[in-house]
Design a protein around this ligand. Structure first.
Ligand SMILES: [Zn+2]
Length: 479
């Protein structure tokens, strides 16, 4: 098994409230994945990521494979009285009230001991349920073989929840120097030190298997923008051929994933670092099983075709024929008008199988991810919340008491924040808004203090997660 995808409810607009069950845990969808390029979501520590957002009820061990407790169809997202003190679900009387420090770190009392993920006996905090890491970056530094020896990227970075790796294709085409593309693959020079490298579909798969994310992506060519129809068609054909080769390699080698292996001295040398990835029972030996027996990585295809409707449809149809566990839409949000992005997504969604997860890569602003989720996109990722945060750009709601109101950007650098004693967003339940003022955040930014980048990033990521949580709640209600 690589994944299960259980749709609880589909709205009139096509939005789906579902659960994605992956080897390292269950992810509620539609969802947003924070981007951890170099096995770190920049400036945000893993423990913070785990409890960054507001709380929602997670499935327990009894229902993780079917998605919903009997008798509660579509109700899997309603917070219970046990956990409502942490965060503040919209509509609850607590909305807008900042919980006190005494309860802000409380986990899920009703989930302690559940086997969500592979971490029995450990309570899940609310937060990011899945993050993304970049294959290109980890291949170059520290190297995928080093990460394989450490037991895979989960163990290397101490992140027990699901992960996704991209194929490296986008970075090879956007970051690397002196690329030469042939049918076999891409020769390029590292953007770090100019060293020579070669990526083929097979090599990208080998690297991604060594990293061991729950979901990996086929190796694709990313065409420059704008590109002619002919150029886009040729690139798309290459992407399809590479997808076939990616699939073949994945089928033949997916058992090589390093899950459950002991790291070779990277951790656990009597250092007191807890062992992760174990089931917590028996002799603790994970072996190749250790909760992962019979499980392997999932491979997603990537629909290309630039901004051409006919090519997009053809690409979707070709990939669907390959019968992959999930499908992504790539090559969007590369400078085209937003209406074009929406049009391309809509026409591709029509061609993709309804019972498989759909992922739009590299989008977008908070209002965009909400819009696409309501169209039927299940997964999205973007560097925007962390990148904007590092630049002092913060997202908030125009009316803090109305979490569906317009998204407004707050530039924390501005002088008028210097003595503003309000939080970034008075309706945000994140750990930053509960504790710090705009005045303090502006001071940190103006002083170049690294904590400023961290706090700004934490709020922005929490804002994205909260947005998706609300969308899930509304989709579950059929809104
Ligand atoms: Zn906040």
């Amino acid at each position: 098994m690589s994944l299960l995808f259980e749709i609880a409810k589909t709205s009139e607009g096509g939005g789906r409230r579902a659960e994605l069950v992956l080897p390292h845990g269950v992810v509620q969808t539609p969802m947003f994945m924070p981007v951890g390029t170099a096995a770190t979501v920049k400036a945000v520590e893993q423990g913070v990521l785990e409890r960054i957002g507001t709380v929602e009820r997670r499935p327990t061990s009894q229902n993780r494979d079917v998605g919903h407790p009997a008798g509660q169809p579509g109700d899997g997202v309603q917070p219970t009285s046990q956990n409502r003190d942490v965060g503040h679900p919209a509509g609850q009387p607590e909305g807008g009230v900042h919980p006190t420090s005494q309860n802000r770190d409380v986990g899920h009392p009703d989930l302690a001991g559940s086997d969500v993920g592979n971490a029995a006996g450990r309570a899940c905090g609310a937060g990011a349920e899945i993050i993304l890491a970049n294959t290109y970056h980890l291949y170059l530094r520290p190297g995928h073989e080093l990460i394989r020896r450490a037991g895979g990227v989960h163990r290397f970075m101490s992140w027990e929840r699901p992960m996704l790796t991209d194929s490296g294709g986008f970075q090879v085409f956007s970051l690397a120097k002196l690329r030469k593309v042939t049918a076999e693959g891409v020769a390029f020079r590292s953007h770090i030190d100019g060293s020579r490298h070669f990526f083929s579909p097979e090599h990208s798969m080998a690297v991604q298997i060594a990293l061991g994310a729950d979901v990996m992506m086929v190796f694709d060519e990313c065409v420059e923008t704008p590109a002619s129809w002919e150029r886009t068609r040729d690139s798309m054909a290459l992407t399809h051929a590479w997808a076939e080769r990616s699939k073949k390699y994945w089928v033949e080698h997916r058992h090589e994933v390093p899950w459950g292996r002991q790291g070779l001295g990277i951790r656990g040398q009597g250092s007191g670092i807890r062992e992760i990835g174990h089931d917590g029972g028996g002799d603790g030996a994970a072996g190749v099983g250790g909760g992962f027996a019979g499980k392997h990585q999932a491979l997603f295809g990537i629909v290309q075709g630039g901004m051409y409707a006919d090519l997009r449809r053809e690409s979707a149809d070709r990939l669907v024929e390959m019968d992959l566990p999930g499908y992504a839409i790539g090559g969007l949000a590369v400078g085209e008008a937003r209406e074009v992005t929406r049009e391309m997504i809509a026409l591709v969604l029509e061609r993709l199988p309804k019972d498989k997860p759909r992922y739009v890569m590299g989008v977008g602003y908070p209002d965009e991810i909400e819009e696409y989720a309501r169209m039927g996109v299940d997964m999205m990722d973007c560097v925007l919340p962390t990148r904007a945060g590092r630049h002092g750009l913060l997202f908030r709601r125009e009316d803090p008491t109305d979490r569906s109101s317009a998204v407004v950007r707050l530039n924390i650098k501005k002088q008028d924040n210097a003595e503003d004693q309000r939080p970034i967003d008075e309706g945000c339940a994140c750990m930053v808004c509960r504790r710090y003022t705009r005045a303090y955040l502006r001071h940190l930014f103006a002083s170049g203090e690294p904590l400023g980048a961290t706090l700004n990033s934490v709020h922005n990521v929490a804002f994205y997660l909260e947005t998706m949580e609300r969308v899930r709640r509304e989709l579950a209600r059929g809104v």
